[in-house]
Design a binder for this molecule. Structure first.
Ligand SMILES: [Zn+2]
Length: 149
């Protein structure tokens, strides 16, 4: 055995049917859960036991256009479905009122920026952002708008 092998110092006996229990410590270490499919490899006189990973999509079991993500395989059409689902079920439902609010608060902020700059014309964007509690990117967006009007 070379240095790549770790041992917990646990010895188990095969039972009369040739079965063996994989020690809990080992299962926990590798994220193997009860009733997971397991596959075996033989390398000279060593048996390698590994959680079976099928080459198919986690969701639809398809085996085309697979993308590896966080140790799982997902097909591109399922990724598209997930994104579409998110768009339909997620923030999109609340989008219209939020946009209206934003437009209103944007003109408020625009006015605030205008007022502040009247008093302190040399204020930096960073300071403006802090005063208004908004991002610097938003400040520069507002400033561009101010300069255009
Ligand atoms: Zn799929």
């Amino acid at each position: 055995m070379d240095g790549n092998y770790k041992t917990f110092g646990i010895v188990r006996e095969l039972d009369s049917l040739g079965r063996i229990v994989i020690p809990k410590e080992t299962r926990d270490l590798l994220g193997i859960r009860l009733e997971d499919p397991i596959e075996f490899f033989v390398d000279e006189n060593t048996i390698i036991v590994r959680r079976y990973k099928s080459n198919c999509c986690l969701f639809c079991m398809d085996s085309h256009d697979l993308v590896h993500f966080r140790n799982q395989l997902i097909c591109k059409s399922c990724i598209k479905e997930v994104l579409k689902h998110n768009r339909e079920q997620g923030p999109a439902v609340q989008a219209p009122p939020v946009q209206e609010d934003r437009r209103r608060s944007k003109s408020d902020k625009l006015k605030q920026v205008e007022d502040i700059l009247k008093e302190k014309p040399n204020l930096r964007q960073q300071e403006l952002a802090e005063m208004l509690g908004i991002s610097q990117g938003y400040v520069s967006q507002l400033l561009r708008k101010l300069n255009n009007s």
